[in-house]
Write a protein that binds this ligand. Structure first.
Ligand code: HEM
Length: 148
């Protein structure tokens, strides 16, 4: 595979995973908008599992892209926007741990939460959605060499 083809492949994979991650987060936001029944809670658990897998895949695909993409690792290693982007993504990951743990607890105890409990879970997800919106901006700056 030529370096350009590899770069295009990694870029496509990165975008596909990122779009899927954001889509799953918004699906979770929709499902947490009302008091759930057991079926909805199960669905939410599945979506949250998919969100976790997609997050890991974004990290792997992102770093593979940073190392093997056209610009090479040295381009990103010294770029503040790159590290700002990673830091925001880590914070989003930490925020997402709270609803994940809560959903697992509810499932294990067979609890179906009320609307207030669901609203507090949703606030964490809204925080994630707000922060995730910053990441493409940082990515655009990083890709254009701003941040050295
Ligand atoms: C650990 C996680 C991530 C890593 C290591 C990573 C790494 C990268 C790399 C190496 C590029 C190539 C930039 C260039 O052309 O020089 C890129 C581009 C991009 N990334 Fe990520 N990324 C990560 C997560 C994310 C997330 C979560 C989002 C969005 C929510 C995102 C959005 C973008 C966008 C929009 C671009 C294209 C920027 C442009 O070409 O203008 N990335 N990323």
């Amino acid at each position: 595979m030529t370096p350009v083809a590899l770069d295009a492949l990694l870029a496509s994979l990165h975008h596909l995973l990122v779009f899927s991650l954001v889509a799953v987060l918004f699906a979770e936001l929709v499902l947490t908008g009302a008091a759930p029944d057991a079926g909805r809670l199960r669905q939410l658990g599945k979506l949250d599992g998919a969100y976790g897998m997609l997050s890991m895949s974004v990290v792997v695909a992102g770093f593979v892209r940073a190392v093997y993409g056209a610009k090479g690792w040295s381009y990103y290693a010294g770029n503040e926007m790159f590290w700002a982007k990673i830091s925001v993504f880590v914070i989003v990951g930490l925020l997402s741990a709270v609803p994940t743990v809560q959903l697992i607890r509810w499932r294990k105890r067979g609890v179906v939460p009320d609307a207030a409990a669901m609203r507090s879970l949703r606030r964490w997800m809204l925080g994630e959605a707000a922060l995730i919106a910053l990441i493409p901006v940082l990515a655009v700056l990083m890709a254009r060499g701003i941040g050295y």
